[in-house]
Design a protein. Sequence first.
Length: 338
Amino acid sequence: MIPFFKNQSLAIDLGNNTTRMTDADNILYSQSSCIVFDSKKSVKAIGDEAYKMFEKSHRGFQPVKPLKGGVIADYDSATAMIQKMVSVVRANKSRFSGFGQIVSGIPYSTTEVERRALRDALDLLGPRKRYLLFEPIAAALGMGINIEQPEGKMIIDIGGGITEIVILSLSGIVAFQSTKAAGDAFDTLIQDYFRRQRGIIIGSQTAERIKLKVGSVLYDLNPEPSPEVVSGKDIKTGIPVSYTIGHREIAGVLSRAFESIERCAQNVLETCPPELAADIYKNGIYVTGGGALIQGVKARLESSLQVPIYIDPTPLESVSRGASLTLKNPQRYRSVLV
Ligand SMILES: Nc1ncnc2c1ncn2[C@@H]1O[C@H](COP(=O)(O)OP(=O)(O)OP(=O)(O)O)[C@@H](O)[C@H]1O
Ligand SMILES: [Mg+2]
């Protein structure tokens, strides 16, 4: 059992697709950012169990993904989801008497209204102190990058709802761009491709599975992933059909989305001060977030941006690892906690 003491601190990465909760040392929760209500508006399921019910439930259930584009889109569902997840985390914690500090990641490209929605949602948990931490900074800390030096460090976080591209120096964000070209958009592109080019309607979970299995941004991969058999419905007849798709077709589908990420990265490099750009050309660019796991990302970005690319080996956890680091040493990271 994970030890939980009085005034427990909590780091939250309320991701578009996955919510992760950690204390200073342990991962306490990591499941889909989903909630399902029943017809009486009671919570029927949260997390991975709720995700499995999407596109498979009847009218009696209302499945909700409360985050869109990496921010809270449905406040009531988001607060219900967070509270239920926290209650799972603190179940069986007899010595628990409330939260000390809560640190939560938030995309940098958020409005004050979006930030306030997250603050209000966290305040419902009754912490003594509550901080927000910009996700690209958390990701950099989680990757073990020293962000305190007067030296440019460039991060690309390809998440589920948003891709954020930043240059950091002296613990601050010097240049920044974001795009919606991220995991959810990749899934939609795959669904559109099947509908338009193959005449097959597939669900979003099937599209995500295709991306995970044969997702690629390069035509030539070595070794090549095995093709994936996909089931869907024929657009004209409605009859169930199957189709076998390989990574080359997906590389074509995802190409435009990656062009948008590359354009943003180029803009960030162009708009940052020249000394920092020189640092990036020397130090390279760090890529994290679930999109970093798509095959061929390193080679494609190296060829388009002409800069060394480092792929985070555990890109799904960098933000929560970074947020948890700030819990361990709040004095040191005071300047990045908002
Ligand atoms: N092996 C993989 N290959 C390709 N994509 C993947 C892989 N594993 C996860 N993903 C995708 O990564 C995305 C989730 O990444 P991540 O957990 O970084 O996002 P998030 O933090 O929930 O979202 P955001 O940062 O936008 O709020 C999803 O779209 C998921 O489908
Ligand atoms: Mg994220």
